[in-house]
Design a protein around this ligand. Structure first.
Ligand SMILES: Cc1cc2nc3c(=O)[nH]c(=O)nc-3n(C[C@H](O)[C@H](O)[C@H](O)COP(=O)(O)OP(=O)(O)OC[C@H]3O[C@@H](n4cnc5c(N)ncnc54)[C@H](O)[C@@H]3O)c2cc1C
Length: 491
């Protein structure tokens, strides 16, 4: 705990503590007050894990300036509710799988429909309605790469990635992102420094596969190209594997329900400052504007920042710290998601008949407007006539006219979506900004995804708990798994 404060206050505190009933003293030590800034999946999963670790008497507040869920959000178009932010969940994302079960929610499996890869003037490849014909086409174009990719993701990446669940179940936590990622497997740290193109080429994948399939996946999932680091590139490739799902009724229900599961109090308001307090008692003062735009403040033992520290996302001042805590310099990627209820123009993608237009279109040319387009089902899986396309710049009216022959309704959402990975250097922000001041979204500089936020949430909860109780042997120490096979259903 931070003990920077005047000696007078320290002495008064020590004298008072001598006269305080023991139970009262223990109450303060055992049950911290915790303020979390941000009610997305990162902040709410942190609250859930903190509650599990600290027990029922800890006080947990979550400050949220918009809506709980953050980037897990839906949009209404026509009569349909459609996922507008984080959508796809991998079958082996164990925290998201377990949250869904625990919260009484259901998985909605996202069917594997027809697909094509467009290069700006024609389709490089298009699936057939016959599975065998599609496999033959893929084999003809990409050779063995199309078979090797699954085992590469499963054996080289996922099986190592999954180690994090055992590590965290054993209570181990890490103060930096490379240490956390490196605890899964040391090769992952080098993947954070080399491009996905380089990593895959040295693993034996060919140029055509990388320039089309991998590029298509990266443009769909992050709006970026094959120069982004290998680790986030690999997370993105897992996002096009079979078995993907979403939460029936909307992914945002997970953070919403985690708030009550964590018995946390949501404080609607915009946090503008975190001040290091110069006296004993509480460590931090959180300054915020409430819903009536009135300035308020609350003091805490522990503060968790669960939103990207970036000027254009959440501008928070850190006051009275011995060294400056700045917003981090990495750029954020601005993305536009356009939802159109209507009929797409197949000619835009060089397809003659609308019946032959693939439901999911990836693009492999980063000079064109559209990153990807797909036909959407609503949040309950009901088919709709809504198409969503992503672009790095908002489309003009003329673009939409060329892409759709008719439209009943249109919604456009432009947002700071995730880091611009080409600007992420080797200096990553830490999970620990100061004693008992933690930063969940440091993880996003390695890869932005719901499961990554949940893993970071658990890491931060463990750091807070281990620091509070002095369990330093569980921080930044190598993990040796005593049992290899365990019940993985426990969160
Ligand atoms: C278009 C899009 C598609 C995506 N697709 C996928 C996908 O398919 N699969 C996947 O796993 N991931 C996907 N992601 C990424 C995923 O959505 C994010 O990684 C994840 O939701 C981040 O959660 P978070 O809690 O860390 O941040 P956020 O969800 O951004 O939560 C931060 C919260 O903090 C609040 N806040 C910010 N500043 C303040 C302040 N000063 N005071 C109070 N509150 C504040 C915000 O309002 C917000 O609610 C996608 C993201 C986008 C944008």
């Amino acid at each position: 705990m931070s003990a920077s404060g005047g000696t007078m206050w320290t002495s008064i505190f020590v004298i008072l503590a001598c006269f305080m009933p023991n139970a009262l003293f223990e109450e303060t030590k055992e049950h911290p007050t915790i303020g979390i800034v941000g009610g997305g999946i990162g902040g709410t999963s942190t609250a859930y894990f903190l509650r599990q670790l600290f027990g029922k008497n800890a006080k947990i507040d979550i400050f949220e300036k918009k809506q709980v869920g953050g980037r897990l959000v839906t949009t209404n178009i026509g009569d349909n509710e459609i996922e507008a932010g984080g959508t796809l969940i991998h079958p082996q994302n164990m925290y998201m799988v377990n949250f869904t079960k625990l919260l009484g929610l259901e998985q909605l499996s996202l069917g594997e429909g027809s697909f094509g890869i467009f290069d700006g003037s024609s389709m490089r490849i298009k699936s057939s309605k016959y599975r065998l014909a599609t496999l033959a086409k893929l084999f003809w174009r990409y050779g063995m790469d199309i078979y090797n990719i699954d085992s590469w993701i499963n054996d080289k990446l996922l099986s190592k990635f999954m180690r994090i669940y055992d590590i965290q179940r054993a209570g181990h936590a890490y103060t930096t992102v490379p240490d956390l990622i490196g605890a899964m497997d040391s090769s992952f740290v080098s993947y954070m420094k080399k491009s996905i193109k380089f990593v895959m080429k040295t693993s034996g994948f060919g140029d055509t596969f990388i320039d089309e399939m991998v590029m298509g996946a990266l443009r769909t999932n992050y709006g970026q190209n094959t120069e982004i680091p290998g680790f986030v590139g690999a997370v993105s490739l897992a996002g096009v594997q079979p078995g993907l799902w979403a939460v029936k009724g909307g992914n945002k229900q997970v953070p919403q329900k985690l708030v009550s599961e964590a018995q946390a109090q949501v404080i609607p308001g915009t946090v503008v400052s975190v001040q290091l307090l110069q006296y004993e008692g509480k460590n931090y003062r959180v300054g915020y504007f409430d819903e009536e735009k009135k300035e308020q403040q609350k003091d805490y033992d522990i503060v968790v920042i669960a939103t990207p520290l970036h000027d254009e996302v959440s501008d928070i001042d850190f006051e009275d710290f011995p060294s400056t805590i700045e917003n981090f310099p990495q750029k954020f990627h601005r993305l536009t998601a356009t939802f159109v209820e209507g009929k797409p123009n197949p000619k835009y993608y060089d397809v003659d008949d609308i019946a032959d237009l693939p439901e999911a279109i990836l693009t492999c040319n980063d000079t064109i407007l559209v990153n990807s387009q797909d036909k959407k089902a609503d949040v309950f899986g009901k088919p709709t006539d809504v198409y969503k396309f992503f672009s790095n710049t908002p489309p003009s009216e003329d673009d939409v006219k060329q892409m759709f022959t008719s439209k009943n309704d249109i919604r456009m959402v432009t947002a700071m979506a995730y880091p611009d990975y080409s600007t992420v250097g080797e200096e990553l922000p830490p999970f620990v900004l100061h004693d008992q001041l933690y930063y969940v979204n440091a993880i996003e500089l390695a890869a932005s995804a719901m499961e990554m936020s949940s893993i970071a949430g658990k890491n931060v909860a463990l750091l807070a708990y281990n620091h509070w109780h002095g369990n330093l042997d569980k921080i930044d120490e190598p993990f040796v798994d005593p049992l290899s096979e365990k019940d993985k259903t426990e969160l």
